[in-house]
Ligand binder design. Structure first.
Ligand code: UTP
Length: 291
């Protein structure tokens, strides 16, 4: 079955970026000149997924405004003859047909996904987390969709991480592999380095079967009152099976301050207009004066 719908949970509180995210959604933080959410939506579009569903919450109106037509701005740019900027702004609202669903309280990623049940129906769907920005020749989700055609189970993007970092991720245990596609027989949320079954971490891209909804409905909230997706995923291990796809590309953890800075530096260096001048500036820095 073809993946036709992409879900973007964007209703989290973004506490790691406070106070920047007190009034501004984390998903609207700009990586060079585009908000994070635009990068992930562009990945879905480049993967030929036609329907975009964004899960928003309180204080997230800027996301809706971003993908809307901005009539006054377009008129002003037109009057001033700023045609290049005008086409960039228009391209955003032309790019997608988007549907918004509200998560009234931030009760976890699993709960956010449950909110789209009525829009998905009985078909597999893709989930993108805006925290993970993946720079790759072939869009990460496209790679995963090709893998899905081979295995027809749930497919999770996975990546090797440093052993000392495993406690920040969901970590998978693999029992067989076919190239980059691995069959998963267990997963552990945030294990210690000593108890982790591998250093393969789950990254924010998923292809999920509709069976996940019944499972999440029955999943008990954790001690913080949140419904975790990983707990639901475990119940798919047997049927229809869960696979990890080790994607090709470089992933940035833009939901974390250091990861966001790394992404900013690398995307700025790769930027056609900005790159050469930024590279020159970086080379003038005397790093020894910093602690
Ligand atoms: P995170 O775990 O990064 O949480 O959520 P967060 O609230 O965004 O950020 P921090 O950790 O407080 O800084 C992972 C993804 O799940 C979404 C977030 O928007 C993010 O894309 N999410 C999380 C929801 O949509 N709803 C929730 O209740 C929780």
């Amino acid at each position: 079955m073809k993946i036709k719908k992409a879900v973007f949970p964007a209703a989290g509180l973004g506490t790691r970026f406070l106070p920047a995210t007190k009034a501004l959604p984390k998903e609207m933080l700009a990586l060079v000149d585009k908000p994070l959410i635009q990068y992930v939506v562009e990945e879905a579009v480049a993967s030929d997924i036609p329907h975009i569903i964004i899960v928003t919450g309180r204080g997230k109106n800027a996301i809706e405004d971003h993908f809307d037509v901005s009539y006054e701005l377009e008129k002003t740019l037109e009057k001033r003859g700023k045609t290049q900027m005008l086409s960039k702004v228009r391209a955003i609202s032309d790019m997608i047909d988007v549907c918004y669903v509200r998560q009234k309280e931030a009760l976890g990623l699993g709960h956010a996904i449950l909110q789209v049940r009525h829009l998905i129906g009985d078909e597999p769907f893709a989930v993108f987390l805006g925290d993970d920005i993946i720079d790759s020749a072939v869009p990460c989700m496209k790679q995963m969709m090709d893998a899905y055609d081979r295995c027809h189970g749930a497919v999770l993007a996975i990546q090797e991480v440093e052993h000392r970092d495993v406690s920040s991720y969901g970590i998978v245990k693999v029992n067989s592999s076919d190239g980059r596609l691995h069959h998963i027989d267990d997963m552990v949320e945030k294990p210690s380095a000593a108890s982790a079954p591998s250093n393969l971490a789950i990254i924010g891209r998923y292809i999920l079967p509709p069976a996940i909804f019944d499972i999440l409905e029955k999943t008990q909230p954790d001690i913080n009152g949140e419904i975790q997706l990983t707990n639901g995923l475990k119940q798919l291990l047997r049927e229809p099976g869960v696979y990890g796809y080790q994607f090709e590309g470089k992933r940035f953890d833009a939901g974390d301050k250091l990861g966001f800075l790394k992404a900013t530096v690398e995307f700025a260096l790769k930027n056609q207009d900005l790159g050469p001048a930024f590279k020159k500036y970086l080379s003038t820095l005397d790093l020894s004066i910093y602690q």
